[in-house]
Design a protein around this ligand. Structure first.
Ligand code: KIV
Length: 311
């Protein structure tokens, strides 16, 4: 009898029993917009790859952001500025392949909406057509309102983003919490209202004092999704790697860690390395069976020493 071929792709589990999967209603941009005032907080998280996106979906999150934070937490850059449109498109495709229910929003990376309306539209269309994004996010308030209006006119839903703007790292002289004075808080509200008027379906508030974020939330008709903006927003978004501790950097102040994946991985890799060194991996159960007989001339031969490849 021949062994059945192991045809499952890596990482694929056994197929779910028939009838167990119910197709949940997909979250849409208008659906997120309609959550304002519903009392049901919007749950949002970043993801940049298929397995992570699948787990975020399974956990019941409403929105997945393929954020340019991928530049920091996955690609090792010091800022978000170096990530390209093609990299975000590729990550969006991976996320879209894995998810069923959440709205998938792609970040417009630095440079993809800074050179005019036409470039912005062309680049956003690529995120939708090539990546499969259902909406895009871009940073800035009043200064970006016209771009948001054009995107919405082109049938591309937009998630706004105001407050601390990582893409303004150079012009702002670093990462700066916004809205700490009455004047700055008023400016933030004007930014949020400009995005609302331009047709954004929701707005991310990043790095904003909690009372200011709550006041803005109460004064606009689209949902606010906070990150470092306190509990008074209509939803919360965080960077996946920060939440599960899959990073070697200390977390920002506003992050609550729910796992220590770096610790889990360190411990697992340490044990694998020790097993390989000790000859304990792989064991018989991790080897394929061989049913024939080894060639006769191999049986008596001592294995030839392999040359040491090191210089
Ligand atoms: O890129 C990102 O992860 C973001 C969130 C911090 C909102 O923009």
């Amino acid at each position: 009898m021949t062994e059945p071929p192991d045809s499952r792709p890596y990482g694929a589990g056994p197929p779910p029993p028939a009838g167990e999967i119910q197709a949940p209603s997909k979250v849409t941009a208008p659906g997120i917009r309609a959550r304002k005032g519903s009392g049901r907080p919007i749950l949002a998280l970043t993801a940049y790859d298929s397995p992570t996106a699948r787990l975020v979906d399974e956990a019941g999150f409403d929105l997945i952001l393929v954020g340019d934070s991928m530049a920091n937490v996955v690609l090792g850059h010091a800022t978000t500025l170096k990530i390209t449109l093609d990299q975000i498109i590729s990550a969006t495709r991976a996320v879209k392949r894995a998810v069923d229910r959440p709205l998938v929003v792609s970040d417009m990376p630095f440079g993809s909406y800074h050179t005019g309306v036409r470039d912005t539209l062309v680049n956003a269309v690529r995120l939708v057509r090539e990546g499969g994004a259902q909406a895009v996010k871009l940073e800035g308030g009043r200064s970006r309102a016209e771009l948001v209006r054009e995107l919405v006119r082109a049938e591309i839903p937009v998630l706004g983003h105001i407050g601390l703007l990582p893409q303004s790292y150079h012009s702002a002289g670093g990462y700066r919490v916004q809205g700490r004075t009455a004047e700055s808080a008023r400016a933030l509200l004007e930014d949020a209202q400009a995005l609302e008027d331009a047709g954004a379906f929701a707005v991310v508030l990043e790095g904003v004092p909690a009372p200011v974020a709550a006041a803005i939330t109460a004064r606009i008709s689209i949902p606010t999704i906070g990150i470092g903006a306190g509990p008074g927003c209509d939803g919360q978004i965080l960077v996946f790697h920060d939440v599960v501790g899959f990073t070697t950097a200390p977390p920002p102040k506003f992050v609550r860690r729910y796992a220590d994946l770096a610790g889990v991985v360190r411990e697992a890799l340490g044990r694998l390395a020790a097993d390989i060194r000790a000859g304990a991996f792989p064991g018989p159960e991790e080897c394929y069976s061989f049913r024939g007989e080894l060639p006769a001339e191999w049986r008596d031969e001592a294995p030839a020493a392999r040359p040491d490849p090191r210089p």
